[in-house]
Design a protein around this ligand. Structure first.
Ligand SMILES: C[S@@+](CC[C@H](N)C(=O)[O-])C[C@H]1O[C@@H](n2cnc3c(N)ncnc32)[C@H](O)[C@@H]1O
Length: 276
């Protein structure tokens, strides 16, 4: 993936300053209105540009598909590339068949003709399986779980799957928890840099939701195959202990919605708060 070319083409997506204006192509605004979700029209313009620039032998990977808003926008006018989408149907009351049905309906309506391959289940398990993807990932959009551990793993798990040069777009990146994870990961792993930041001015900012950051990865010549030791250890922690506890919590909240208000009071919000 030619990350420089992507960065050169981003300004043309917007009617002037992207921090003050929406996309020139109003189809992204329509997509955001038609498909339920959490990404903004500006973010949709960025992911779609990235997908359009994918080389033929590389694929697009999204983690955190929800009802398909970002995926439906990414595939627009890109009929000849492969899009992998990872979703575990767990968060935001998404449990079960209903959520899956809604995603499939949205894909049939807005992504018919695109080569979309859903990877169902916990990304921290599925993406670590040998042969999970058939080609190197040129563009990776992470919009999954937003904890420190998850964001560290979001980079670590995917690193072996990336093309030699790749673009990594991370949603909700204005949140301190995301930046902390990136700082920690980038300080321990070479080849990575943050190349663009579209930060949110407020929570759920109409232009940039909770912020989008673009990272570039250039695989160092001496990078060994497979997961790094720290990533492998943290993955064991996520998959063996943290993930099952989170899953239990979501299932409990789903069955007892009256607990949601209590959980909101208990759950610390500092790490996912945008200071205005
Ligand atoms: C903020 S939503 C994604 C929004 C979507 N990209 C959009 O444009 O509207 C985050 C999604 O990540 C999913 N998710 C969270 N943890 C996950 C995991 N470990 N594996 C796969 N999906 C996960 C949640 O179920 C949720 O649907």
């Amino acid at each position: 993936m030619d990350v420089d070319l992507f960065l050169q083409q981003v300004p043309a997506l917007f009617d002037g300053d992207p921090m003050a204006n929406g996309p020139v192509d109003r189809r992204y605004v329509e997509m955001a209105a038609q498909v339920a979700g959490y990404t903004s029209a500006n973010e949709l313009a960025v992911v779609n540009l990235a997908a359009k620039l994918l080389p033929a032998d590389e694929c697009y990977l999204e983690v955190g598909t929800y009802k398909g808003r970002s995926l439906c926008a990414a595939v627009m006018d890109v009929p000849d590339r492969t899009f992998y989408a990872s979703e575990n149907y767990l968060e935001f009351g998404m449990l079960g068949q209903e959520a899956r049905d809604e995603l499939h309906t949205n894909l049939a309506t807005h992504a018919a003709g695109a080569d979309v391959r859903l990877i169902e289940g916990d990304c921290f398990r599925t993406l670590a399986q040998p042969g999970a993807l058939r080609s190197p990932v040129g563009v990776y959009f992470y919009d999954g779980k937003h904890t420190l551990l998850a964001h560290y793993l979001a980079l670590g798990l995917v690193e072996p799957l990336l093309a030699d040069q790749a673009l990594v777009l991370v949603d909700d990146a204005t949140w301190p928890v995301v930046q902390k994870a990136h700082e920690a990961y980038l300080s321990r792993h070479s080849g990575w840099s943050v190349v663009a930041r579209w930060d949110a001015k407020q929570t759920a900012d109409p232009l940039w939701a909770n912020g989008l950051h673009a990272l570039r990865y250039d695989r160092p010549a001496d990078r060994k195959l497979g997961l790094s030791t720290d990533t492998a250890l943290m993955r064991r922690l996520q998959v063996g202990a943290v993930g099952p506890a989170e899953s239990l919590a979501w299932h409990t909240l789903h069955r007892a919605p009256w607990l949601v208000a209590l959980a909101k009071k208990i759950y610390p919000k500092r790490s996912s708060r945008i200071n205005t």
